[in-house]
Design a protein around this ligand. Structure first.
Ligand code: PNW
Length: 457
């Protein structure tokens, strides 16, 4: 007798998309009256990026937005996550609005909608107006008001056409990279500044959500990067280090935004006397109802106690692991684990995977106009399967955005790392969908059913 099994499914209306960020793809950072951002300034500071790469041209998306939307439509994308460059809209960060900057995003959104692609708009993906950095940037408490002002300009211009808004992308990376280790703009290295920048990011997030409730009618959320931490050994030292690393990276931002307090490890075990006492009204501002959370997932960490500063924890490389070109272990099970963890801790808030993907060395574009990228195809297949496993365990997952639509500027690493499902020739700006893009198109068209088929090679 034939046994019939119910195929496991992605939910109705699941949003299949791809993600990018302004500084990484747009180019023309000073066009049409825009002001400089900290990334324009940082990349033009000698020694800060690999090969001195800047975002002056990037993928020239500022001029090629229309053909890029046509490309998304040809791949069958249902959603596109992008970010707005704050200093195109408010060249000084606050005050005067630059209409030409707004027009660029307005045209982009109209074009997406005309092709049936839902826009997900991120207000802050790391490119702070340089004029605000000159006034202290994320260290100045006034930034909560500046950010709410900028958000309000965007809501008034685009709410209704845009129905899914994101305040911040990855506050952990902003502070750990920008204020603690200095590898990202604005390039500071201070244990004392880091908690202040983190706290002001969260106050700005809260203020922007609050402003949205007065102006907007749709949905707004926060995007964080989560990297599940697994203890390297069962030793008390490694278990404690794992707990610290988890609190620092995974709970530091979602806890105050959703639960209204910081994990105690931040003060007691990590920052010590560098951790300020915050007023109750700050916590009230930070904790706003979120319509959804976005999670960016790339890898896990197997954690051990080290003498690193100030976390005293580090990752152990896995002898049998597979690593991408950014040195990140491929570990799909971590995505299922973290989604189940987030459901249990934060109460199954609607969740989007707002980034997931991998940098691999791709062969050059072959003569037939193909790029064979089996490693990336395998990465996507395994991670989509991991998401479906989480859905089967009751997680409310609403969509998936692959990072990234295009090969692009990987921040301080420049153009050396390629995350795109579409290859970009930086000499000619020609776009060539890689085999992973073809594979992903098929997954979208089959509503996820084809991810169970064996890979073509
Ligand atoms: C994300 N980490 O950054 C960003 O949102 C993207 O702009 C970026 O291009 C992409 O991932 C790939 O790097 C991250 O160290 C940077 O855990 C670092 C980490 C996580 C995410």
């Amino acid at each position: 007798m034939a046994v019939t099994t119910t195929p496991r499914r992605f939910p109705e209306g699941f949003l299949w998309g791809a993600a990018t960020a302004a500084h990484q793809i747009e180019g023309s950072p000073m066009a049409d009256g825009a002001g400089p951002s900290i990334w324009t300034r940082f990349a033009h500071t000698p020694g800060m990026t690999v090969n001195g790469d800047t975002g002056d041209v990037a993928c020239d998306h500022y001029n090629r937005w229309k053909e890029d939307v046509a490309l998304m439509a040809s791949l069958g994308l249902k959603a596109y996550r992008f970010s707005v460059s704050w200093s195109r809209i408010l060249p000084e960060g606050t005050g005067r609005v630059n209409q030409k900057g707004l027009d660029f995003y307005s045209r982009l959104v109209d074009e997406l909608l005309s092709k049936g692609i839902e826009p997900l708009l991120t207000l802050y993906h790391w490119d702070l107006p340089a004029a605000l950095d000159d006034r202290g940037g994320w260290l100045n408490r006034d930034i909560a008001d500046w950010f709410a002002e900028y958000g309000s300009v965007m809501y008034r211009a685009l709410d209704g056409r845009v129905k899914k808004w994101v305040t911040l992308n990855e506050p952990w990376v902003v502070t750990d990279g920008g204020y603690l280790h200095g590898a990202l703009a604005p390039g500071h290295r201070s244990k004392y500044e880091t908690p202040i920048a983190s706290h002001n990011l969260m106050r700005a997030h809260g203020a922007a959500v609050k402003a949205y409730r007065e102006i907007g009618k749709h949905e707004i959320g926060l995007v964080v990067n989560i990297e599940p931490k697994y203890a390297a050994t069962e030793s008390a030292a490694d278990l404690a280090a794992t707990k610290r690393a988890h609190a620092y990276m995974n709970e530091q931002y979602l806890d105050p935004a959703i639960l209204g307090h910081y994990p105690p490890e931040l003060k007691n075990e990590i920052f010590g006397d560098a951790w300020p006492e915050w007023a109750d009204e700050d916590y009230a501002l930070i904790k706003q109802k979120l319509d959804f959370i976005g999670i960016n997932y790339y890898t896990r960490s197997v954690t051990q106690a080290t003498d690193s500063y100030p976390l005293k924890a580090g990752a152990v490389r896995q002898k049998l692991g597979t690593y991408t070109e950014t040195g990140w272990e491929v570990f799909p099970q971590g995505l299922t684990d973290l989604l189940v963890w987030a459901k249990d801790r934060y109460g199954n808030i609607p969740t989007y995977i707002t980034e997931n993907g991998a940098a691999f060395f791709d062969p050059a574009v072959a003569e037939e106009g193909r790029v064979r990228d089996p490693l990336r195809m395998g990465y996507l297949k395994k991670h989509l399967t991991a998401i479906r496993d989480a859905i089967d365990q009751g997680c409310d997952i609403r969509g998936y955005m692959v990072w990234s639509l295009l090969d692009n500027l990987e921040w301080s690493l420049g153009y050396s790392k390629r995350f795109g499902i579409v290859h970009v020739n930086y000499g000619t700006q020609e776009r060539t969908p890689k085999d992973s893009a073809r594979w992903y198109s098929k997954a979208i068209a089959s509503h996820g059913a084809s991810i169970d088929e064996p890979l073509p090679y």
